[in-house]
Design a protein around this ligand. Structure first.
Ligand code: AMP
Length: 434
């Protein structure tokens, strides 16, 4: 299996990269990352031979006690990237092991993800004495409360049920030293961000915080600024298909002209199975309404639709009963439909990685694919970010003036690598005090 390479990584991580180039060393084993022997044994049991790119980048930073912003989706090995250093750090610093107050909290948006993470903790921690428990809705709370009473090191939870148990006095996060937020953009989409913020208020400021998200909508970016302290950023490219194999075009036009331009494209019989992307749910509904008025069969999928309605729309599209599927970014995640002939970005995403996710819906399984993006004046900066990310210019198929390029260089502070729980804690205090 080939793992996607990081597309950006700053400060200490970048310095490590430079260092590696100079001394021509590549990290090819987990042992080189500095994780403890019981974890190495567990990885051998699981037949993991080499760390994935996100693991290579993130594990040294996390062993060092730094906060991390991870832009990565499922499938990159991100669960092990945060679980391995967490287990290492907890085992190394085990004075408070198994107490009633969880030492680490992992928040995830869905029950499925909570169970998956808890399984990973069991797999990687099998030669350690770390206690973990899950807290999630949809099942009785009694066994969860009993587990908490017995004492846990790591609590893996969905936000809603956790907040319930906090309010009932069953959970104390007053001494929790590690916080990991997984799939933050899905939390946002599912309406959990307020609950997440309320939970985080219960944690001490002095902690290590990690936030993982596949995309960076502005609210998630704001949350990350609020809860992370001088984070390192590790970004892994979304690479479900070779972007190079997709014919990518852009049509510069007025926002008001988009409806007619879409109708014109869909008048072509080649546009057989088409996915249209909008930025908002409202936008998706509007496009469907217009298409239906123009006699084109279309359905929308977004998070305001019930699971059943989304599934029906997907089935209709897959079976060819609907010609056009209109989707928002998060709702389209993981959709695996062959033979999508065209992807049309009715609105460009403000998160460039979403563009790659979107166009990946076409050209699956080696088929040729075409992606056409509509770009109005307000979207030119999004286009520039996309072209920077994919390192190529889209072919212009419609006229329009283009503005100057604005690059968004980020500068960050970093620090050299140290190890040991005491030093980690001291480092965090110093950074916070600074
Ligand atoms: P994740 O992105 O965390 O959902 O992981 C995706 C899949 O990759 C999971 O099934 C993991 O068990 C597996 N995995 C993670 N890291 C490695 C690795 N270094 N070597 C082999 N498989 C891995």
């Amino acid at each position: 299996m080939t793992w996607p390479e990081p597309v950006a990584c700053h400060t200490a991580c970048a310095r490590l990269g430079v260092l590696r180039k100079i001394i021509k060393v590549t990290i090819s084993s987990f042992a080189e990352l500095g994780i403890s022997e019981p974890l190495l044994r567990a990885l051998e049991d699981a037949d993991y031979k080499t760390p994935t790119p996100i693991q290579t980048r993130a594990i040294p930073l996390l062993l060092d006690g730094l906060d991390l912003l991870g832009i990565a989706q499922t499938g990159t090995g991100k669960t092990a990237a945060f679980t391995l250093p967490l287990l290492h750090n907890l085992e190394e610093d085990n004075e408070r092991a198994g107490q009633r107050c969880a030492r680490a909290l992992i928040l995830a948006p869905t029950r499925e993800l909570v169970i998956q993470i808890a399984d990973s903790i069991k797999t990687y921690g099998r030669h350690m004495r770390i206690r973990s428990a899950v807290v999630m809705g949809g099942v009785g709370q009694r066994p969860q409360v009993d587990a908490l009473r017995r004492g846990v090191d790591i609590l893996v939870a969905t936000p809603g049920r956790l907040l319930d148990l906090i309010q009932q006095g069953h959970v104390d996060l007053g001494q929790t030293e590690y916080l990991i937020l997984d799939e933050a953009d899905r939390m946002l989409d599912m309406g959990f961000i307020r609950d997440v913020r309320r939970i985080i208020e219960k944690l001490p400021d002095e902690r290590q915080t990690l936030l993982f998200s596949a995309t960076m909508p502005s609210e998630v970016a704001k949350l990350s600024r609020d809860i992370l302290y001088q984070p390192e950023r590790v970004e892994i490219a979304a690479k479900s298909v070779a972007v190079e194999s997709i014919d990518q075009r852009v049509h510069h036009l007025d926002a008001k002209a988009k409806r007619a331009a879409l109708a014109e494209l869909l008048a072509e019989p080649d546009f057989d199975r088409v996915m249209v992307f909008t930025r908002t749910k409202h936008g998706a509904n509007k496009v469907v309404k217009h298409l239906e008025r123009d006699g084109v069969s279309a359905e929308a999928i977004h998070s305001n639709k019930s699971q059943g309605a989304r599934q029906r729309a997907l089935d209709n599209f897959r079976e060819g009963r609907t010609r056009v599927l209109v989707a928002t970014d998060i709702a389209s995640r993981g959709i695996d439909i062959d033979d999508v002939t065209h992807v049309i970005n009715y609105e460009l995403p403000n998160v460039p990685e979403s563009y790659v996710h979107r166009i990946g819906r076409t050209a699956r399984a080696g088929a040729a694919g075409i992606a056409i993006s509509f770009c109005d004046a307000s979207e030119r900066s999004h286009l520039r970010s996309i072209e920077r990310l994919i390192k190529r210019s889209l072919i212009v198929i419609g006229e329009g003036p283009s503005g100057p390029d604005q690059s968004s260089a980020e500068t960050r502070n970093g620090a050299g690598r140290r190890s040991g729980a005491g030093r980690r804690r001291r480092r965090r205090s110093q950074r916070r005090a600074a």
